[in-house]
Design a binder for this molecule. Sequence first.
Ligand code: ZN
Ligand code: ZN
Length: 107
Amino acid sequence: MENITASEIAGLGVGALLFCATVAAPKIDSLISASQRSSLGMCKGCGDLRMIACSRCKGLGMVKGEPFNLSIVEDLYQSFVGGEVTARSVPCTKCQAKGCFSCPDCS
Ligand SMILES: [Zn+2]
Ligand SMILES: [Zn+2]
């Protein structure tokens, strides 16, 4: 958790509980294998978090622009002015800006 920035927390904006859950999900994923989960009686999909973090926005609910919507003009503008100035966050369309999905296995 030490590599989470304040802007990521602010970007989530749906409370610390959901934040922890969505961040913990991939960590639990790597720490506990599916077979270990089922032997522990945990959900194979989410490790009993009842939600899975959105793979597109990493659980933030926002993504920096749409890669396919970035025009060449905007690319040029960013290279002249600086990426951070024009970089804009848009709601993630994959998860409807929620940052996570209900776990299909246990919800
Ligand atoms: Zn589940
Ligand atoms: Zn998303």
